[in-house]
Ligand binder design. Structure first.
Ligand SMILES: CC(C)(COP(=O)(O)OP(=O)(O)OC[C@H]1O[C@@H](n2cnc3c(N)ncnc32)[C@H](O)[C@@H]1OP(=O)(O)O)[C@@H](O)C(=O)NCCC(=O)NCCS
Length: 163
């Protein structure tokens, strides 16, 4: 039997949404994981950059049945720096590499954009996830909803080899 190279769930695809329904499913998952537990209304999971498809880079993890199981987003801050936001993986599927695969896809896109630095605000309980991926804490970040402490983290992206 052919062995998978990673622990990612079989049939899981990491890619951009292909339909408006897949984008909506990504936003819904974002809301369920990052907003609903703090009584934030539907819609609170989006910002202005989500209104236009080309304003930010949205990634989804889609299972074999076509269900969106994870998501994350990259946007540009300036000519050299990007920000990762809205990382969320379905609770039942965490710890199998899905979050890392989404982050890798966002980083690959940042490199394609020519960015050399990524920043993010990490909930304190997931600082370890980002540390494993090479991010370092650079200072405190604002507390969300008066309840969720965050740390500012950043990572330098490797420059492509010259020549
Ligand atoms: C953070 C999150 C996206 C990680 O997704 P995931 O699919 O569970 O992550 P992975 O399985 O790809 O983990 C990659 C590595 O990070 C580690 N890791 C994952 N979550 C971690 C955590 N909370 N603390 C420390 N390490 C963690 C894994 O053990 C794994 O380590 P390894 O490389 O040694 O095997 C997911 O836990 C989540 O959606 N959390 C709730 C929403 C949230 O807090 N989002 C971030 C907002 S800033």
């Amino acid at each position: 039997m052919k062995q998978r190279k990673s622990g990612l769930p079989a049939g899981l695809q990491i890619r951009v949404p292909r339909t408006p329904a897949e984008r909506e499913a990504a936003f819904h998952l974002r809301w369920q994981i990052l907003r609903q537990p703090w009584q934030q209304p539907p819609g609170s999971e989006r910002d202005d950059l989500d209104a236009r498809e080309d304003a930010a880079f949205l990634v989804i993890a889609v299972d074999a049945a076509g269900e969106v199981r994870g998501t994350g987003r990259l946007h540009r801050i300036d000519a050299t720096t990007g920000q990762i936001r809205y990382m969320a993986v379905n609770p039942g599927e965490r710890g199998r590499g899905t979050g890392r695969a989404i982050l890798d896809a966002l980083e690959a896109e940042a490199a394609r954009w020519g960015l050399n630095r990524l920043v993010l605000n990490a909930r304190e309980d997931v600082v370890g996830f980002y540390t494993r991926a090479g991010y370092a804490v650079s200072g405190p970040a604002p507390t969300l909803f008066g309840a969720i402490p965050h740390q500012r983290m950043e990572k330098s992206l490797a420059k492509p080899p010259e020549g």
